[in-house]
Design a protein around this ligand. Structure first.
Ligand code: HEM
Length: 131
């Protein structure tokens, strides 16, 4: 059990770092799409699904690695919930451009939540998830 907890504490900041990096990539890809490269939208969608998978990883590793730490679990839950809605606003939620635009706006909230998680827990990578 201790090994699983150490693995979770090691993977948690790495998942958050992945989300942070991929938000930058997502903004770049969508900008390339806006500037005329229609082919990159597929990459944006694929990377977007990876981002949501990483948000799930951050949530699960918070539950396993920080059980009892309400703050860490709350922020990770917020990342997963906001991230899921952020992805759904692209197409599945809403029928107006004003609502779909929340997809772009909420990318900033996803970034902020993932960045704060990374900053708070990055020491776990150096200490290999020591508990
Ligand atoms: C955290 C960063 C982002 C993630 C994880 C993400 C994820 C996704 C996903 C999963 C889809 C596919 C939705 C579907 O097919 O159901 C998508 C589509 C899209 N995204 Fe993003 N995205 C991000 C940032 C952005 C930003 C910053 C913009 C623009 C300001 C943007 C604009 C779009 C557009 C225009 C589509 C196509 C919607 C359509 O097919 O009708 N995305 N995104």
């Amino acid at each position: 059990m201790q090994t699983v907890k150490r693995a979770a504490r090691f993977l948690h900041p790495l998942g958050a770092a992945g989300v942070v990096a991929l938000v930058f990539l997502q903004v770049y890809l969508i900008a390339a799409y806006i500037f005329g490269d229609s082919g990159v939208l597929n990459s944006h969608v694929t990377v977007g699904r990876i981002v949501v998978a990483l948000e799930l990883l951050v949530f699960v590793t918070a539950l396993v690695g920080w059980w009892g730490d309400r703050y860490e679990i709350t922020i990770s839950t917020a990342l997963l919930v906001v991230g899921t809605f952020q992805a759904l606003f692209a197409k599945d939620i809403g029928s107006s451009s004003e609502v779909h635009a929340l997809h772009g706006l909420l990318a900033l909230a996803v970034f902020a939540l993932a960045w704060s998680t990374l900053v708070r827990t990055r020491a776990e990578v150096r200490t290999a998830g020591a508990v």
